[in-house]
Design a protein around this ligand. Structure first.
Ligand SMILES: Nc1nc2c(ncn2[C@@H]2O[C@H](COP(=O)(O)OP(=O)(O)O)[C@@H](O)[C@H]2O)c(=O)[nH]1
Ligand SMILES: [Mg+2]
Length: 325
């Protein structure tokens, strides 16, 4: 190996090892996709034939609601059912990334020593856009590595997190009693994205009221047809593993419903379409920069201001230059 030496990645070897369940190979592949390394394209091409087998579950909700605790409890439940589990924590304050109470860390350490569980937390790098782009690629790595269930934890506070949640096959929205969480949920638009709702911390006062409020608000939504999915609402005490089997049952039910109605493929197809578009738009921006975008834009803009050109014709001219047509 010469020149690029140390940074060169033997992609076919790495993919083969990841598929045999080597956690270091999985970690390396995720680092490649996360860092947008030169071999990102080669990695994605090598993974493509091996993806599509995983059931991707997104968990979202306000900080502190119990997403990490619930993710851990779900991991335990799926492991008991003999499934290989991948966990992707994109919550920067997540216990998976070490920012938690000792109890949470101990629980995750239990999973960390289990060869049937792969846990990865993703840095936001202070840029939500970067995160949104890398997360689906990291999911693909876990998928190709043979994880049958992938749990993706995200903070449900902004548009970007909502987008990440929408990259899952099934989206779980967590709420907790009190703190006006129900109203916050409506504001953040997460009522629309939830397939399975979980009222966690049911050991606290007001859980039943939150369930009622949630059911009421879900009932106010668009009228559903007879075959439509009706979001489920269950209570959990994730810290004690209570109610987790009911959540698993709700997830099974939602997955079965999606398969029966062609919704699983439809969702994945919509997701892929958005992903292609996003990659293409990013590539287009890069090419505009390559052809001296600022200069070209400046010249075209001056002609618009002078009344010689309209913005649509100017955009056409720019696109023609970029695409060579
Ligand atoms: N009382 C109670 N506390 C819980 C429950 N589930 C989680 N917690 C605690 O709530 C805190 C936040 O949980 P965490 O899973 O980190 O929330 P996240 O920020 O949504 O990931 C931790 O101290 C947990 O131990 C529960 O069901 N009941
Ligand atoms: Mg967390």
């Amino acid at each position: 190996m010469s020149g690029a030496g140390a940074r060169t990645v033997d992609v076919p070897d790495l993919v083969a090892r990841a598929r045999r369940g080597d956690p270091r190979a999985v970690a390396r592949l995720i680092s490649v996709v996360e860092g947008g390394a030169p071999q990102l394209r080669e990695v994605m091409a090598a993974l493509a034939p091996h993806s599509g087998g995983a059931y991707v579950i997104g968990l979202t909700g306000s900080p502190g609601v119990g997403k990490s605790t619930c993710t851990s409890a779900l991991t335990t439940a799926y492991r008991r059912a003999g499934k290989r589990v991948g966990v992707l924590a994109v919550d920067p304050s997540s216990p998976f990334s070490g920012g938690a109470l000792l109890g949470d860390r101990v629980r995750m350490n239990d999973h960390a020593s289990d060869p049937g569980v792969y846990i990865r937390s993703m840095a936001t790098r202070g840029r939500l856009g970067g995160l949104a782009e890398a997360a689906p690629q990291a999911v693909r790595v876990l998928d190709a590595a043979g994880c049958e269930v992938i749990l993706v934890e995200t903070v449900g506070v902004g548009q970007s997190e909502v987008e990440i949640a929408s990259q899952a096959d099934t989206t779980v929205v967590l709420l907790a009693p009190g703190m006006g969480d129900g109203i916050q949920a409506a504001k953040a638009g997460i009522l629309e994205i939830g397939d399975v709702f979980v009222v966690n911390k049911a050991d606290r006062d007001g859980a039943d009221a939150t369930v009622r409020e949630l059911n009421h608000m879900l009932g106010l939504g668009a009228p559903r047809g007879p075959g439509d999915w009706r979001p489920t609402v269950t209570k959990t005490v994730a810290a004690h593993g209570e109610g987790v089997d009911e959540v698993v049952a709700a997830l099974d039910k939602h997955r079965a419903w999606m398969e029966e109605h062609g919704e699983l493929t439809a969702r994945r197809t919509r997701r892929a379409a958005r992903e292609i578009e996003s990659i293409a738009v990013t590539a287009l921006r890069a090419r505009i920069a390559d052809i001296g975008g600022d200069h070209r834009l400046g010249a075209l803009s001056a002609r618009i201001v002078a009344g010689e050109l309209d913005p649509y014709a100017a955009a056409d001219a720019l696109l023609a230059e970029v695409t060579g047509r």
